[in-house]
Design a protein around this ligand. Structure first.
Ligand SMILES: [Zn+2]
Length: 252
């Protein structure tokens, strides 16, 4: 999504507090007003300097209560923008969508009791979009596992993996210019549903190619109850920030 598309809501907010909207013209409205963040080290052993806090809610998303309780709401400027723009884009494509956002990093990053990674402001978890038996979208405060047919495992058969919205999220993440995505961790059987949907919906070839690379099941068990998105080091954070693993050709 372009910066321009995001400038309208911000403009509206500025108008609401009676500030001259025209005063923002000529500069990018969503540039950080203060110090830019720095991701330090790796996601598994790192920290975060001047981390940006993700607001509790925004267009198309809401932070999960556990994440608010843990204060795991901080990321790089680039990652928090990526979350906001991607959720907004899914809602634009499919009205009524609400992305439930889980943990990012703590204010200063570093190790936590809940994750092996999430240390340097470049990781974020998302609950899956899902629908109930009547096809109505459901927002969840817990991560819910789904089987290879797209049905919830616990509670059994109660909910369905909303493949169309989940694919729209994958696509938005890969098309956003806010941050470059290295991985979207998700279980193999859900990866298959997503890629199948992407191909059937005639998504652009480059997006499908990227999705095949970044959608990956970590380990044997994998993420069958949530997405875990990891972004590359922002260019300005090098060399203190260190990427681990492959560098996809389309990110160079
Ligand atoms: Zn995670």
């Amino acid at each position: 999504m372009s910066i321009r598309a995001f400038s309208l809501p911000l403009c509206a907010v500025l108008l609401a507090v009676a500030l001259p909207c025209a005063a923002t013209s000529g500069k990018q409205p969503d540039q950080p007003a203060t110090r830019d963040s720095v991701s330090v080290g790796t996601p598994m052993s790192g920290s975060l300097v001047h981390g940006e806090v993700l607001p509790v809610k925004g267009s198309g998303y809401r932070l999960m209560q556990t994440t608010r309780d843990r204060k795991a709401r901080f990321g790089t400027t680039e990652l928090t923008r990526l979350v906001q723009r991607s959720a907004h884009e899914v809602r634009r494509r499919i009205p009524g969508s609400l992305l439930m956002v889980g943990d990012l990093s703590g204010r200063k990053g570093g190790p936590t009791d809940h994750h092996g990674s999430h240390q340097s402001g470049r990781d974020v978890d998302f609950a899956f979009y899902m629908v109930d038996r009547g096809g109505k979208p459901v927002a969840t405060e817990v991560f819910m596992p789904f089987d290879a047919n797209g049905y919830s495992v616990e509670p059994p058969m109660e909910y369905r993996f909303d493949t169309a919205r989940n694919w729209a999220l994958v696509r938005a993440l890969l098309e956003s210019e806010a941050a470059l995505v290295q991985w979207i961790f998700v279980a193999d059987h859900l990866r298959a549903l997503l890629l199948e949907h992407g191909a059937a919906s005639k998504a652009p070839g480059p997006v499908l190619g990227k999705a095949r690379q970044v959608l990956r099941q970590p380990g044997k068990k994998g993420h069958w109850d949530h997405f875990h998105v990891r972004s590359y080091c922002p260019a300005g954070d090098l060399p203190r920030c260190r990427d681990v693993g492959p560098r996809w050709a389309w990110t160079r």
